[in-house]
Design a protein around this ligand. Structure first.
Ligand code: TZP
Ligand code: MG
Length: 220
């Protein structure tokens, strides 16, 4: 697989759904299927938080969610766990600043998609040099999902990173109501956990978010 082009990456980032078993109100497989029906463009398997699955169970759920993504043409990204990503032959990996060094991860994953969370211009420069395919920027708005986040920064960093030529996705407290602010600041897409995984109607929530994005920023 050749390295993803920035244009293709930008189109995949539009409605980026992130979830693991602890985020979902029902079977994560059902949630993912419904989210796909609603029009998500990319999925990240993030098995974290109190009561999350480990080892074999984490691998098994990953396989099942990856199968659903494959059957529906949605690329499957693994959060943090490089070993799991390689074992599953996932489409990519997303890492934070507390995880392994991005250059080392790039060496291990070859041409797979590499997403890196950045919180400053300096971190962004380093991630770009390491070969990041996209930046995750956040938390944009307050979030209950991740307790150890950096300070809420609004869209300021997205605006600063606009001319970096690396696709950008916003994260943290994003909903259908505030997604336009993230896009207007210059992001290529929005990534959400709660807005989709905890919705009464997952499909409708994903479709509503997609509707806000493609209203102005058409998915290619
Ligand atoms: N990184 C920064 S904020 C966040 C992560 C993983 C959580 C986003 O979750 P939500 O529920 O969409 O606010
Ligand atoms: Mg991490």
């Amino acid at each position: 697989m050749a390295k993803i082009s920035p244009g293709k990456m930008r189109s995949l980032l539009k409605v980026y759904f992130i979830a693991g078993s602890t985020n979902c109100l029902e079977d994560p497989r059902v949630v993912l299927e419904e989210a796909i029906r609603g029009g998500i463009t990319l999925f990240q398997y993030r098995e974290k938080g109190e009561g999350c699955l480990d080892d074999h169970e984490k691998l098994e759920l990953g396989k099942r969610l990856q199968r659903i993504c494959r059957d529906n043409g949605i690329p499957f990204i693994v959060n943090d766990d490089i070993e799991l990503a390689l074992e599953l032959n996932a489409d990519g990996v997303h890492i934070g600043q507390e995880d392994e060094d991005a250059s080392l991860v790039r060496e291990q994953i070859g041409d797979k998609i590499l997403g890196v969370s950045v919180h400053s211009l300096k971190e962004a420069e380093k991630a770009k040099l390491a070969g990041a395919d996209y930046f995750g920027v956040g938390p944009i708005f307050p979030t209950e999902t991740k307790k150890d986040t950096r300070d809420v920064r609004g869209t300021a960093l997205i605006e600063e990173l606009k001319d970096f030529e690396v696709p950008i996705v916003g994260i943290g407290g994003i909903t259908a109501e505030n997604a336009s602010l993230v896009m207007e600041a210059g992001a290529d897409g929005v990534s959400v956990i709660t807005a989709i995984s905890q919705a009464d109607d997952v499909r409708e929530a994903a479709a509503k978010l997609r509707g806000k994005i493609i209203h102005k920023w058409r998915v290619k």
